[in-house]
Design a binder for this molecule. Sequence first.
Ligand code: C5P
Length: 231
Amino acid sequence: MSLDARGDVAVVIPAAGAGVRLGPGAPKALRLLDGEPLLVHAVRRAAAATSVRMIVVAAPPADVDAVRTLLTPVAPVTVVPGGAERQDSVSAALAAVPDDIGIVLVHDAARCLAPSDLFERVAATVRDGAGAVIPTLPVVDTIKEVDAGERVLGTVDRSVLRAVQTPQGFDAALLRAAHAAAADSHTDDAGAVEKIGHHVICVPGSDLALKITRPIDLAVATHLLTLASPG
Ligand code: C5P
């Protein structure tokens, strides 16, 4: 399969994390879901989005060759060594995206069931002129603010809160500028864009884009794969 003749989007997938919260074992992106690594599920869905021209994966440095071999039958993918923090892995992958690609989607391998239409929804909103776009869901739990002793300080108004997913979409130049300016750490790329004073726009996320972090998330994702169209 060739992605080159298609659209205006590069997908960057940081996949270099250890995944310690899942328990001992392989790097998280290489843990198996229904017999295949999470990263394979993620790349397959990204490659199925028709506006995606290029996919860059940041792999654990020791596993770059193995990840390249793993992904070759799935889709054409550029694999680079990741870094110590997630943002280092994103920066390393971003450096491999050519300047003529105008839209970059940053997607965690851990959200491996995020469906192709979510990639398209985010990219379309960037294409329509939003510089930075994040998929979000409403917060369903009541949220409390607590002190160091776990004493409740107050209840947060959840109607103004959103749970944030990936893929997050950016004008490529804006994302490069945000990464270049990032002095301290950020847990998502939109955070870096916010810090340089640019608006970030929310679009509806997907229940399928859950983040696989704990063992129970793997069990939920395994069940989701048995549904009729899990992405
Ligand atoms: O650790 P966390 O679940 O927040 O990681 C989110 C994503 O960032 C995962 O896909 C993980 O593989 C990736 N990551 C990375 N490089 C790191 C740490 C995390 O690519 N150093």
